[in-house]
Design a protein around this ligand. Sequence first.
Ligand SMILES: C[S@@+](CC[C@H](N)C(=O)[O-])C[C@H]1O[C@@H](n2cnc3c(N)ncnc32)[C@H](O)[C@@H]1O
Length: 176
Amino acid sequence: MGGSDYMKRYVKKLFNNLGYEIRRANNKEVFWQIDTAFNNLYEEAQMKTQMKATDNILRRQRHYTLSYLLKNIDLKSGDICELGCWRGLSAYQIASYIRQKNEKVDFYVFDSFQGLSEIRQVDRYEYDKRNPDNIRKQFACSLESVQGNLREFNFINYYKGWIIILGKNWTKICQK
Ligand SMILES: C[S@@+](CC[C@H](N)C(=O)[O-])C[C@H]1O[C@@H](n2cnc3c(N)ncnc32)[C@H](O)[C@@H]1O
């Protein structure tokens, strides 16, 4: 065994004793990591919607869940609607899926295209020092930009307005 192997074993043991486990960073172990079709589409969607720079594991996992949900719906049984698209990353994935399945599905995208609605005290955690207006505007992307990002899907219907949650089962879209 070479010197570097000893060193690796020593470091591994040291971390184990401290209660940590060392693993290779590029180890692919879970579904969302080994699903090549999903990851290729996700990369493409990120490029088309200017989201590459903010790629992160949690978002990727969330979008893997979306891809899983899509595979489990019956496209013939109704329309698809997304409430809140930002730059269109998730909409890109949904639209790609509809296109791939070659189904006649109406896809509706609703958004203020001005960012988040008013942030109330209940929406914030106690020590959040961030300026609420900055948080709201962080998710703003104009309708024209989103339409540009998703221009290859001519079956998307866009609705600009504020979504108001009225109660448990009711959501109202106010056109503005
Ligand atoms: C976190 S982003 C959505 C991300 C997107 N679903 C994705 O995965 O790529 C939230 C979006 O919801 C929109 N939004 C939030 N509250 C809204 C409201 N009350 N009415 C309309 N749009 C709203 C924002 O403009 C923003 O585009």
